[in-house]
Write a protein that binds this ligand. Sequence first.
Ligand SMILES: Nc1ncnc2c1ncn2[C@@H]1O[C@H](COP(=O)(O)OP(=O)(O)OP(=O)(O)O)[C@@H](O)[C@H]1O
Length: 313
Amino acid sequence: MSEDAVIELQNVSRSFGSTQAVDDVSFSVPRGSVFGYIGPNGAGKTTSMRILATLEIPSAGDARIEGLSSVNDPDRVRTRLGFMPDAFGTYRNTNCAEYLDFYARSHGLVGRQRTARMRWVMDFTGLRPLADKPIRGLSKGMRQRLCLGRALIHDPSVLILDEPAAGLDPRARIELRKIIRTLAADGKTILVSSHILTELAEMCDRVGIIEQGRLLATGSVEEIRGDAATHRHVCIEVIGSTEAAVDCLESKDFVTKLRIEGCRIHVSMTGDRDTQADVLKELLDAGVRILQYRSDDQTLEDVFLAVTKGQVQ
Ligand SMILES: Nc1ncnc2c1ncn2[C@@H]1O[C@H](COP(=O)(O)OP(=O)(O)OP(=O)(O)O)[C@@H](O)[C@H]1O
């Protein structure tokens, strides 16, 4: 296990008949951080999360939670792990308090310990006013909170949350984001999947992009933005005439487009971060006086579209 890796997939593969749901995926998540798992429908997110959560056996590779194998040591893994599935079944006449109490008992919590834990979860998730409400009467947002409460009831150190923001309104999403950050600040290690890419950008320390079972990129949002781009957009503001800068830029065949706006030049080019840095050096060497040289930022959606091919299986 790599040092400090609390959640770890090691060359995990899983196939269902001819479908390769997860194909040699490896990544690790250090303690107290949030890792976002992004991918289109059918990419393999749920399958890999279920493998970590001891609910699925990989065809190859291993999944580890705090160094324990989800495959060989599932009982011990379950004590440390809270899993929030993308869909959860409930008994419709059960109320929130009964539901949480059932899971608290299943985890072996007794007496004052169980009462204290129930109280904490109700307060943390904001469910206390709804304690006596039957689950069938809960809104989508409140059901998600209940499901998160269930995952938290035994105070696990690791959380795996499969699409927790799906179907939530904007306010509920913001609240969920805050809850996840609070849990991470409290030392919990969290793996969260989503289609809502901008959500993950703000909530995650690192992200992984998966498509057709293969992990295409991992890193901080900034790193992925930089590495994924094969097209770069730069805005250069010069002092005085733009002529020398334009001459220099036009001599480069990787520069695909120039647009001049007063003393600003908007440049599109093919290449990586090194290319972008080389252009700055060449402009300075050519005597161009540069006031500003900045990337026109890519959104996480742009990155996602650049990295994935839109293939589904
Ligand atoms: N039990 C199963 N039997 C057969 N095929 C399965 C099974 N579970 C998953 N698959 C297939 O494996 C692939 C990956 O599915 P998975 O649910 O892991 O993707 P996902 O990224 O979570 O997708 P979504 O965002 O739509 O939930 C899909 O092609 C799916 O149809």
